[in-house]
Design a binder for this molecule. Structure first.
Ligand code: NAP
Length: 447
């Protein structure tokens, strides 16, 4: 239950944004943590901060026409939600997936505000994407789509305005086509306008690894706070994209054994620990399906079509595929099997009921806006390198990422303690992320 002021604001969100359940869910999740600060900070209510945060500063929706390999005209819809610029230029990824709609982009943009605030770096929150599905499309089709998408988007972005990056369905190939078109249209090599770039043309070492590494580092910090570690622990990871692959890599470096990966067709279990070179070859180089992993790996690995990756008994779970992929039943199975920590590599992968199951069972649960902030933090480090025409080493950049993740973990714990909810990373992340943004918004007046 929310208190009456928050409930009124939430009712207005439901009324004004019909048919956007993921956006409602993300707002409700943050509101559930805000009661603890309302009494201590009446200025947030007086200045309408919470109401203002429920409305993006700007939403852009546009047509993306392109021609496929058969010569047929295709039309997709493009989105960019420039959510909040209190702390810096709008910053957040682009998602290309058939499920993308304005509600999904708003939920992701809303989360991004607090996540970016938690990094301690000067970045506001935004998100974008399209209902375009890159699966099964040729490079030429992806290029023509990206060029058409950027032909509209370029009017709205820039290194001091809005800086997109990758997300589901948008990796180095797509960022390359997008940046190429941006450069051509603007006649400027403005590298700081997009992050996740290739290493030869303004990208940063560690950006590819950052989100997955960060989610594993956050899990490690939660375990250490309880006198535990990754050492010899079995780890379930969902997804087999950018976040999942590097969550598995950091798991191995920390002494854990990543035993699962998945995609939308099913999951693989490999009791000997995932062979990361094989996984990268299949998913990054060949753009294949996860089932091929079990075929080629042999031994004790097997592919399970459909089903839930969370049925596999493990000590640590790193959900790294998509929103609402881990429900209450899956959470109960994980708890029954003895899971100790859950760290979200994906955005909002656990349903609210699943989070409640973890909370009741006393499981260390790290919400995505804290646990997966390493990706956007390293994007901000890429922007720093672009601004100073510099390129940092892998070790130095990874050191910065690790410090940032350790700092976010500490901030969450300290804030939760300060507001009377010790050990509650959800309250810690929401309150700490919210306060910085709210204070900046008050400083700027009503704009
Ligand atoms: P990605 O490289 O495109 O990989 C996504 C993975 O998740 C793929 O294995 C995909 O399988 C699976 N997946 C996607 N939608 C699914 C669905 N509806 N059902 C089942 N499986 C699904 O994307 P990513 O960059 O790793 O992103 C994964 C998550 O992390 C997303 O929630 C994203 O918002 C979040 N995140 C990413 C970053 C980043 O830096 N990339 C930063 C912060 C948060 P299929 O190929 O079968 O679709």
């Amino acid at each position: 239950m929310l208190d009456s002021t928050l409930q009124e604001t939430y009712d207005a969100v439901l009324r004004r944004n019909p048919g956007e359940p993921e956006f409602h869910q993300a707002v409700r999740e943050v509101f559930s943590s805000l009661e603890v600060i309302q009494d201590r900070h009446p200025e947030y209510t007086d200045q309408g901060i919470i109401t203002r945060l429920c409305e993006p500063e700007r939403q852009i929706i546009f047509r993306v026409p392109w021609v496929d390999d058969q010569g047929t005209v295709q039309v997709n819809r493009g989105f960019r939600v420039e959510y909040n610029s209190a702390l810096g230029p709008y910053k957040g990824g682009l998602r290309f997936h058939p499920s993308v709609n304005v509600g999904i982009v708003k939920f992701l943009g809303f989360e991004q505000i607090f996540k970016n605030s938690l990094t301690g770096l000067p970045i506001g929150g935004g998100k974008g994407g399209s209902d375009f599905d890159p699966h099964g499309r040729s490079d030429g089709e992806v290029m023509r789509f990206c060029q058409s998408f950027m032909t509209e988007l370029h009017r709205h972005i820039g290194e001091y305005t809005d800086v997109p990056a990758g997300d589901i369905g948008v990796g180095a190939r797509e960022i390359g086509y997008l940046f190429g078109q941006y450069k051509r249209l603007t006649n400027k090599y403005e590298a700081g306008t997009l992050t996740g770039k290739g290493l030869d043309w303004g990208g940063s070492l560690v950006r590819k690894e950052a989100t997955g590494y960060g989610a594993a580092i956050f899990a490690d910090e939660m375990l250490k706070a309880r006198g535990e570690s990754f050492d010899g622990r079995k780890v379930a990871i969902s997804g087999s994209g950018n976040v999942a692959i590097y969550a598995a890599e950091k798991t191995a470096q920390l002494g854990g054994i990543a035993v699962t990966a998945s995609d939308s067709s099913g999951y693989v279990v490999d009791e000997d620990g995932l062979d990361l070179e094989l996984l990268k070859q299949i998913k990054e180089v060949e753009r294949g399906r996860i089932a091929e992993y079990a075929d080629r790996r042999g031994g004790r690995s097997r592919f399970v079509e459909g089903g839930s990756v969370w049925d596999v008994p493990v000590d640590i779970a790193l959900p790294s595929a998509t929103q609402n992929e881990l429900d209450a039943d899956a959470a109960r199975t994980l708890v029954k099997n003895g899971v100790k920590a859950v760290s979200e590599g994906a955005n909002m992968p656990c349903t609210p009921d699943a989070v409640e199951v973890f909370r009741e069972a006393g499981i260390a649960y790290g919400p995505g806006k804290a646990a997966n902030a390493g990706g956007v933090a390293t994007s901000a480090l890429e922007m720093q390198q672009n601004a100073s025409r510099d390129a940092w080493s892998f070790d130095y950049t990874e050191g910065r990422l690790t410090d940032i993740m350790v700092g976010i973990h500490r901030t969450c714990l300290e804030t939760a303690e300060e507001y009377g909810r010790p050990g509650d990373y959800v309250v810690g992340a929401n309150v700490a992320g919210f306060r910085k943004v709210a204070d900046a918004m008050i400083a700027f007046g009503v704009i």
